[in-house]
Ligand binder design. Structure first.
Ligand code: FAD
Length: 315
């Protein structure tokens, strides 16, 4: 079922999750354990991130070598499992960064074979790698270009004329940033691009993580003021380790309120999870009380924190 259908039919608050594929060369057993654990919470859908190739410098007997690696391949395989073994709707993230439009089309065709109806269209961060484009191949620059490509497929328009090609029917989600995207001059300008993504075919928005609900409420208000009428799903992350006080703002460009940062800094390492869960529980409850359509949790690779959080909520 499509994400927007889940939202429209829900008679209780929906809780969805986002996980990442294993590291290149790693094995899937750990991830299977995580999925089994998440399934007990009956999520309507699970997002699976995608990862662009990146430039890495390896120390080898021949000296430092520049290599191009996709550190986390496997999005398609994980989606196939979630969709067909666990019968939960998989939402693969589809990227512009480091994929040609032709590769994206093939990826989307494979998703259709697997019965996957949902995608989140994302630009991806600059990983330092520029794909060499040969033989007339092209690349999507911004998420809006990718939304247009998927919407074209939904209208039966593929990159090449294909024999007997049915129109696709993907439900397309896109990203939003309650504290604005880091490249944007201001929130209002950033939201004007969110609006264009919606006009191009995105049917709902999932936000970047935030730790102060006021950012989310202000974001939704500005979206509505600019005419963005689709559901906006808040994305939350539970802090579980002290190092995240630095890594989260650096990676995701979001603020950690002083009250939360002080509590975590003062906590013993074993108490950090409890502080993070308590904070997320208050955030979640307030969002649900103020009619957020559902909550999307950035789980990444461990269900410990979410297993501790969900029983505390009155869902
Ligand atoms: P865009 O919507 O393209 O916006 C990027 C920037 O350009 C913004 O500042 C915007 O205001 C501006 N802009 C947009 N369109 C135009 C235009 N046509 N002309 C000029 N400026 C424009 N990253 C991954 O690598 N893998 C993932 O799986 C992944 N999943 C994510 C899931 C969510 C819910 C979120 C919020 C982020 C995710 N990211 C992921 C991170 C994302 O790739 C980065 O934040 C990226 O820098 C921006 O992606 P976007 O889709 O928001 O880009």
């Amino acid at each position: 079922m499509k994400v927007i259908e889940h939202l429209a039919r829900a008679d209780r608050p929906l809780i969805s999750f986002e996980i990442i594929p294993p590291l290149r060369g790693g094995d899937i057993r750990g991830l299977l354990g995580l999925i089994e654990d998440l399934v007990q919470h009956q999520p309507p859908f699970i997002d699976i991130t995608s990862h662009a190739a990146e430039v890495v410098y390896d120390e080898t007997p021949r000296g430092i070598e520049r290599k191009i690696k996709r550190k986390r391949p496997g999005t398609l395989g994980v989606c196939a499992l979630i969709q067909n073994k666990y019968d939960i709707d998989a939402v693969p993230h589809v990227l512009c960064q480091s994929f040609t439009r032709q590769e994206t089309e093939d990826f989307l065709i494979e998703l259709r074979y697997l019965g996957i109806e949902n995608v989140l269209a994302i630009r991806g961060d600059d990983s330092g790698y520029r794909k060499r484009l040969e033989h007339g191949r092209t690349i999507n620059e911004y998420a809006i270009d990718l939304v247009r490509q998927i919407q074209d497929m939904n209208g039966g328009k593929y990159l090449e004329d294909l024999l007997d090609a049915d129109p696709a029917d993907f439900c397309i989600g896109a990203a939003g940033y309650p504290e604005k995207h880091f490249e944007s001059p201001n929130l209002s300008s950033d939201i004007s691009w969110v609006k264009k993504k919606v006009e191009a075919g995105a049917e709902y928005i999932v936000t970047q993580m935030f730790f102060d609900n006021r950012h989310f409420f202000a974001f939704v208000e500005e979206c509505r003021r600019q005419g963005v009428a689709v559901p906006i799903i808040p994305g939350l992350k539970i802090i579980t380790a002290k190092r995240q006080l630095h890594s989260i703002p650096r990676t995701f460009h979001c603020d950690i309120p002083a009250e939360l940062a002080d509590e975590i800094a003062a906590a013993k390492p074993k108490q950090v999870l409890e502080v993070g869960v308590e904070w997320a529980a208050r955030q979640t409850q307030e969002l649900l009380d103020k009619n957020a359509p559902s909550i999307h949790f950035y789980i990444m690779q461990s269900s410990k924190a979410i297993n501790s959080l969900l029983p505390r909520l009155s869902l």
